[in-house]
Design a protein around this ligand. Sequence first.
Ligand SMILES: Nc1ncnc2c1ncn2[C@@H]1O[C@H](COP(=O)(O)OP(=O)(O)OP(=O)(O)O)[C@@H](O)[C@H]1O
Ligand code: SF4
Ligand SMILES: [Mg+2]
Length: 332
Amino acid sequence: MENDRLLDIRDLHVVFDVFGGTLKVLDGVDFTVRSGEKVGLVGETGCGKTTTMKAVLRVLPMPPARVTGGEILFKGRDILQMTSRELGQVRGEGMAMIFQDPTAALNPVFTIGKQLEAAVKYSASGDKRLSGKEIRQRAVEALKEVALPDPERLLKNYPFQLSGGMRQRVCIAMAVAGDRELIIADEPGTSLDVSIQDQILRLLRRLAEEINTSVILITHTLGVVREIADRVYVMYAGNMVEMAPTKELFSRPLHPYTVGLMAAVPKLTGGGIADGIPGRIPDYLNPPVGCRFHPRCERAMPVCRTDKPRFVKVSEDHEVACFLYSQEEEGT
Ligand SMILES: Nc1ncnc2c1ncn2[C@@H]1O[C@H](COP(=O)(O)OP(=O)(O)OP(=O)(O)O)[C@@H](O)[C@H]1O
Ligand code: SF4
Ligand SMILES: [Mg+2]
């Protein structure tokens, strides 16, 4: 199982130096994706989902961000140690991200065609060089995949000639146009029409199933995760708190935070996901010691206020970071 890991994030720590101090945001994140797998990542706003994935692509703004520890292995090689040339290759051929706010991903001075064709070209690895015609064809197909009408004409347009929603779909097309091994989709198309959102989710699923692309899907909507993901990670305040196959997570949530999330499901309307849990994400300037969830946890014990729970296996593919399920707790 170790060997089929495409992405393996180990004990990742990221802080932000801001006026007034240091925000200790990612506090030892562990996260893996296997080849061809669709992994969901959920957690309430501000828990560090986007920060984790931006660290993977090395696009965090530095400063204010600083990686203070950990490894991000992509096919066994640490992204954090790569030269800019190696990194360029990984970004071109290996992975692409659909950003939560994708408008910045388009360059205003080039046509859509030029940018999309560049994305297709760089994603095709050395041995399968594409001709100009093939590149153009793939660009057109990608625009059709995201339900954009009249792709031939669109290729000649500049970003400013498109509406916000169309620009967002162009960004999604850029990410899915090549044969990448991993696509990270951060709330893809949330601001788009529901039927187009559906189409984009179906497209991601098809890429995973037909060409074995791995997909990380970040979303606030648990229903979407349930429908698409093979496995789900639940994140809270800069930590992964639970990981399980999707079915198992929904039928047997263990971490008190996950239990709270599931309890909130019937009320979900696409807004926040933590309506079922009183309180809010802690202040990252001064986060709680021990389990970061303890101020909100009804089951907190003395050990939770002093020690940090680590992931423990509760069954073959189900891990939880909570003293209710670990041996440390039995000893106290
Ligand atoms: N550029 C930045 N400068 C300072 N702090 C930042 C920056 N980006 C993120 N943070 C801090 O990291 C925390 C986590 O942010 P992040 O965007 O990763 O959360 P998220 O889980 O993606 O939330 P959402 O669901 O709202 O997208 C924020 O609450 C903020 O404190
Ligand atoms: S470790 Fe303690 S505080 Fe944290 S979730 Fe488990 S019981 Fe609650
Ligand atoms: Mg985010």
